[in-house]
Write a protein that binds this ligand. Structure first.
Ligand code: SF4
Length: 473
């Protein structure tokens, strides 16, 4: 893999995790901290929390992992009963301290802070309009600040009207947590590309990118925020203030394959169970004579167990992962990614030597790490390497918050399966089919985005995008 949660390395970068807490009587900054800690896999470049006490907004952001970004005294300086938090992987704008979120501004309706997961397609045009016609100035090079300025200065007598305006103007993927001095607003774009859910906590409320964050801070899952929904939470509880659903949705199917944690539930479906099924389905589609099945830890472990169950080939741990090395795919720079592969995994010759091994991985994106992993397995004495991938070939760029912006960088974009096999050095290679993927997810294809596999985008996009476009402009 490369991508994900425990991947081998390479790949995909998710574009952030967000959390929001409304809980009078609680230490909301600390709850947001632990929520972010469980969403660390969604972004490792920077982290931040903003809180509100009814009158003012306070914030702290810093580069690095959540525990690096916050010390005890940082949390103590974040008072109030409402908090939002953000972990970042940059898909628009560089990995710089000034681009760390939550972003805070004083707009036409007072102070507002915002955390964003996703990617706005028309950010450059909107930014130009906001600068020239609304007189907004920008401190960052992110699309998130465009959303913040648009919302903070939007026409409308209340937040429901302002969110409706925002949704009419912004195209793309955006899950947002918005903080005002006295309320929390959670917003999911009309297609629901990125996940966002609501939980209940001791008389308070929590929203988060994934349900695992609710579990970790002791909140009970209530429901997913619907595509197009804006939920305002204040002393009176949560209230839907806008419903911009367009009658269709496009949840990123890659969340099931790699991004989301296995202990999260998306749209009512366990990602762990879906991954086990992906492995079973791979075994049906690409059987092979072999002695052992291994998974690239951690994201392909569940699928490897599924392949083993279906095929009857015993499952073993063939690679030991250094748990203190972050997801390599999260590293924004290619050179750092490659270095990361070598220190991240160590093969076990006791399991691999002389064996015909099925190696299950979650995905192959750029192909910068898979050849290194194959070579590592060969050096450990593996006799045959049969690579099985829980996703179809990735041929198209993502415009919705995952860092694969151009076709050129995608290994399978212009190669056959046989050419990819030769490139990575495996003895055989099998990708899960798109049909098989949806069988494993257990839901119909309508309702999902699978554009990076199919080229079928849920909204019109430019085929090449520039992650740093707002810096250049
Ligand atoms: S293009 Fe791929 S990674 Fe991007 S949102 Fe769609 S399914 Fe997810």
């Amino acid at each position: 893999m490369e991508a994900n949660g425990g991947k081998v390395a390479e790949p995909l970068q998710e574009a952030c995790g967000i959390v929001g807490v409304f809980a009078p009587q609680e230490d909301v900054a600390r709850l947001a901290f632990f929520g972010l800690f469980s969403l660390q896999h969604r972004g490792q470049e920077s982290a931040g929390i903003a809180t509100a006490d009814g009158q003012h907004i306070f914030s702290h952001t810093a580069m690095g992992l959540v525990p690096q970004a916050f010390h005890e005294f940082d949390l103590q300086r974040l008072p109030g009963s409402i908090a939002i938090g953000h972990t970042r992987y940059s898909t628009t704008g560089s990995s710089l301290a000034k681009n760390a979120q939550p972003l805070v501004t004083n707009g036409a309706h007072g102070a507002v802070a915002l955390g964003h997961n996703g990617n706005v397609i028309n950010a450059a045009e909107l930014r130009k309009e906001l600068s020239l016609e609304w007189g907004c100035s920008f401190a960052t090079s992110t699309d998130s600040e465009v959303i913040l300025q648009l919302l903070a200065n939007a026409p409308g007598v209340d937040w429901g009207q302002r969110v409706a305006y925002l949704m009419r103007r912004v195209q793309g993927a955006y899950c947002l947590v918005v903080l005002t001095p006295d309320s929390l607003i959670a917003i999911r774009d009309p297609l629901g590309v990125r996940p966002l859910c609501l939980g209940k906590l001791n008389g308070g409320w929590v929203v988060a990118s994934e349900s695992c964050a609710l579990d970790h801070i002791g909140a009970q899952f209530v429901r997913d925020i619907a595509p197009g929904e804006a939920l305002l939470i204040n002393q009176e509880g949560p209230k839907t203030i806008h419903n911009g659903n367009e009658g269709r949705s496009a949840l990123c199917v890659f969340e099931f394959i790699y991004f989301a944690r296995p202990d999260s539930r998306l749209d009512g479906r366990s990602t762990y169970a879906a991954r086990v099924e992906m492995g079973r389905q791979l075994a049906r589609e690409h059987p092979v004579e072999a002695d052992v099945v291994i998974g690239i830890p951690d994201s392909a472990t569940a699928a490897a167990a599924g392949y083993s169950q279906e095929s009857g080939i015993p499952y073993r741990e063939g690679l030991v992962k250094n748990r203190y090395v972050g997801r390599t795919f999260i590293a924004p720079d290619q050179r750092i990614r490659e270095l990361g592969v070598r220190i991240k995994y160590n093969p076990l010759p006791e399991v691999l030597a002389g064996q015909r091994v099925v190696v299950v991985d979650d995905s192959i994106v750029r192909g910068t790490t898979t050849p290194h992993v194959v070579e590592m397995l060969r050096r450990a004495g593996t006799k045959e390497i049969h690579l099985r991938v829980c996703a179809p070939p990735i041929k198209w760029p993502c415009h919705f918050g995952v860092d694969m912006a151009t076709r050129r960088e995608l290994l399978a974009a212009n190669r056959t399966v046989e050419e990819v096999r030769r490139f990575v050095g495996a003895d055989s290679l099998g990708y899960l089919s798109l049909e098989g993927l949806y069988k494993a997810v257990g839901k119909p294809r309508e309702g999902f985005c699978d554009a990076c596999f199919s080229g079928r985008y849920p909204i019109e996009v430019q085929l090449e995008m520039d992650k740093l476009a707002l810096e250049h402009s």
